[in-house]
Design a protein around this ligand. Sequence first.
Ligand code: CAA
Length: 381
Amino acid sequence: MRIKLNEDQVLLRDMVRRFADEVVRPRAKEIDESGVFPRQFFDQAAELGLAGVCVAEEYGGAGMDTISYCLVIEEISRACASSGVILSVNNSLVCDPLAKYGSEEQKREFLTPLASGRMLGCFALTEPGAGSDPAAVRTAAVRDGGDYVLNGNKVFITNGTDADLALVFATVDPEKKHRGMAAFLVPADTPGYSHGGHEYKLGVNASGTTELAFEDLRIPARYRLGEEGEGFKVAMSTLDGGRIGIAAQAVGIAQAAFEEALAYSQEREQFGRPISSFQAIQHYLADMSTELDAGRLLTWKAAWAKDNRKRYTLEASQAKLFTSEMSQRVTNKALQIHGGYGYIKEYNVERYFRDARITEIYEGTSEIQKLVIAGWELANS
Ligand code: CAA
């Protein structure tokens, strides 16, 4: 494993950082407050090849590796965490499983528009009674001749208010639990498909989180992704990749908070000198810097494993667990360094503090990551 980024990765990171600083950051505060889904951001990001970073060029993607993808998500999230997760869901949770499990016909019909930004995707797994335990999904898919008919409800669906395509997980045989699940590609303009209003949240407020409902929704059987009974595996293996994206998002949010705390500590004077000259503040900065680097390296290690190994479940969960909790600690310290100013909306740190919190929850809570890590270590001891 090489720790040094290659020339292409450095060029990509610098290009995305410029885009994030010039285009994404100036709108971050406004979209956080309004909750309005930034579709224009997605279109602009897609023009730069960021809607399908790892998708092969023949399907409209940028054909890059997973470390490059992490750089993209980190840089965008450093400017705006809502924009980071919007991109992460389209890349990791929709393009990735289509590239892995899709037929040639499905790739032409859906992957190419998703990777080139003509379509926006969402990942519809979670239900009111199936969060940490997705094998309990109740959305039903019933075979009817050459079609499937879907009925059910999904909640907390990122991108849901604006998605053109949903990757929907349903049960074709509830008796078989997780082995009775299947995944379906469902265009949002299919009769029987509807979504709710935007959920106002603590953080990442502009990511279009909503409910989806399917009422006698009929899709052709060729829209099933993978085999009947394979749906749980599609979901879990997709989330392995998704968790790397969320780890990169957590690093990006923490990086933004660290940079602002570092600058503020040198400007802010108390007792006649910059607060950065106090050892208490220096200890905070030292811990933040060290933890950030550790999180970034774990994320890149997981990205490397994804590109080089069949299973990278362990590395992905370790990266997600550590970075999400690290992001919490770093944004909390950044807020503390800002004192009273950190608690008011004029400064960005209160947003970073709120945004970081979700990284410990979505795509598997910290408790679920620990279950995965311990399970993996015990099984391989
Ligand atoms: N890759 C491939 N297959 C996997 C797998 C993986 N990572 N993990 C498990 N499997 C397979 C197992 O091998 C097993 O296969 P067999 O049936 O052949 O034996 C099967 O799946 C069942 O495995 P488990 O017994 O381990 O499954 P479980 O029901 O105990 O659940 C779990 C395991 C880790 C707790 C899992 O349910 C989980 O990850 N839960 C969290 C769900 C989650 O992350 N939700 C996020 C929602 S999406 C989201 O948040 C998006 C967003 O908004 C941004």
